[in-house]
Ligand binder design. Structure first.
Ligand SMILES: [Fe+2]
Length: 330
């Protein structure tokens, strides 16, 4: 966590942006922008109390709300989710542990009760905590309220084995394993505020991470989502996967061995409204030839539209973004 850094449209660094002096803590990189109101939601989490602070900011960059979230613990909260009506916190059993020597002091903790917290976006900052099965979640795919009033939350969920093997891989520590098909798979939690009950299940067996959707649907029902996939054993063969959540089907575009993609960022086609009418953009690095390209896929069928050779290898950035010129200030 840090303060965010501001860059120009040409990517020149301006400096840190502290929301006009109004943000006094670091914040996480994973923000949620409400597609209807333009309001920005984000978190600050800490090993020490207060463990979790929730913020909102206006489109012109002023903090509009800050709430200490009572009851949250020292969990790794890399991401969260919103619906049109709720903020959703992941208080899951990867927690601060100074004994962890891999580089980031968080470790799976069997003694930590796993919970997902749901807070209304308006009114008092009261969180309702739902007990869930032990798991970890680095990135949420999306969340929304369905026609029955239940909260649907999707994300690539880790079990203990997959967390402990991939964590070493993420931080570059030796000793990671490549166990086929363990955890780190598409998963759905259904939280029912009427009954207080949770149902949860794996929705696909492909190993995935870095989920994306059409960001016009953040917090709203999405038909499709996308992710990076690790077919086979895991960490040397790569693919982009598209899920259709209404049919429960997937389509996979294999990239090949040692062709490492960044997040497949969805860009809507001009005038397109469907959440697969557009393009997926990913910077793909070929680890064998030390080169990179900007790969553009048709989101409807994952066919390659273009592969733009870049003048030099781009360090694997994992996440991605695309801001159209029309969204930039004149
Ligand atoms: Fe991330």
């Amino acid at each position: 966590m840090n303060l965010p850094w501001q860059v120009t449209p040409e990517l020149d660094t301006v400096g840190v942006f502290d929301f006009h002096g109004e943000l006094k803590t670091p914040m996480t990189a994973h923000t949620k922008e409400d597609p209807i109101t333009g309001e920005l939601h984000f978190l600050s989490y800490s090993p020490f109390p207060p463990h979790l602070i929730y913020y909102t900011a206006s489109p012109d960059g002023h903090i509009t709300r800050s709430e200490i979230i009572e009851g949250a613990g020292p969990a790794l909260m890399h991401d969260f989710a919103i619906t049109a009506d709720h903020v959703i916190f992941f208080d899951l059993p990867v927690t601060f542990n100074p004994a962890e020597q891999s580089g980031i002091p968080y470790r799976w903790n069997d003694d930590y009760p796993p919970r997902i917290g749901v807070m209304p976006r308006t009114g008092p900052a009261v969180v309702r905590w739902f007990d869930v099965e032990p798991s970890a979640l680095l990135h949420s795919t999306n969340a929304y309220v369905d026609e029955l009033g239940r909260i649907i939350l999707d994300g690539p969920r880790y079990d203990r084995t997959s967390w402990e093997s991939t964590w070493k891989w993420w931080v570059g520590a030796p000793g990671y394993s490549t166990v086929p098909g363990t955890g780190m798979t598409a998963y759905r939690w259904i939280l029912d505020p009427a009954t207080g009950k949770v149902s949860e299940q794996m929705t696909d067996d492909l190993v995935t991470e870095f989920p994306t959707i059409d960001n016009r649907l953040v917090g709203l029902p999405n038909q499709h989502s996308y992710a990076l996939a690790f077919p086979g054993s895991g960490r040397s063969d790569w693919a982009v996967v598209k899920y259709d959540h209404t049919t429960g089907t997937r389509k996979v575009a294999e990239l090949g061995r040692d062709r490492l993609p960044g997040e497949a960022y969805f860009v809507p086609a001009e005038g397109g409204t469907a959440d697969d009418h557009g393009y997926l953009m990913s910077v793909v690095s070929d680890l064998g030839s030390n080169s990179s390209e900007l790969l553009i896929l048709d989101a409807s069928n994952l066919d390659t539209v273009a592969a733009v050779e870049l003048p030099r290898r781009v360090p694997a950035g994992i996440h991605g973004s695309w801001i159209p010129d029309t969204d930039l200030p004149a």
